[in-house]
Write a protein that binds this ligand. Sequence first.
Ligand code: IPE
Length: 256
Amino acid sequence: MRVLKIGGSVITDKSKRRTPRPDAMARLALEMAGRAGELVLVHGAGSCGHDSAARYGISEGLSAGAETGLFVTHKEVARLCEMLCASLQDAGIPALPLHPLDLAVTADKRISSFNTLPVKACLERGVLPVLHGDVTFDTEQGAAILSGDQLVVHLALELRASDVGLGTEVDGVLGPDGGVIRNITPDMLPQLRSLLEGSAHVDVTGGMLGKVEELCRLARQGVSSTVFNASVDGNVRSFLENQPLGTHIHGDERHG
Ligand code: IPE
């Protein structure tokens, strides 16, 4: 079983507020055909959530009146999830939306409890569960934003995934020369922190560095991952067919 995240920048236009990309969703759905039962899909919010999350300051907690922000942000990303599920259904994939707001609680922005039973039930029944970055109730700060990246790592460990894919809008983790860094091991993290810059768009959950940090955490526990460009036709299919792609993040002991 594998966990695949499709970044919000792939399925929305991040330069325009609340703008899903139905064409990208339809393409991705076709590339995932036949994978239900062996895949957990997570997607990001892109322009359908990040702006509202930032406007209401949700990642810093629940200030007075911010309940409206929870509603607005959740609604935007939940709608995006429903659109993606509809595209998957159109491609013949039995997909079902599962919302982390209902399943997860965070403590200081990290998942402290998560009900994986609905995810497992989907897999057992040959259904593709579709989750997403979401707002959460947070025991320390009232509310928080749970990124799809953190969610992917949590699910991969809980469900003992064989590996993880992170489909973004870039070809992998890019070095200072703009070239793809083919292999990353957790011991490279300090040096990568100074190299990786933030995302060009509003991103309340940390950009590429946040992703690499999450994936190094996963690699330390023995689950490797691939960061690749899911905006390129055929790349999701290639990932699902185990073809080499993008940046491979793995434990210190493995190379390749
Ligand atoms: C963000 O999820 C969730 C919200 C802002 C509600 P992600 O952090 O996983 O989204 P992308 O992939 O960066 O757009």
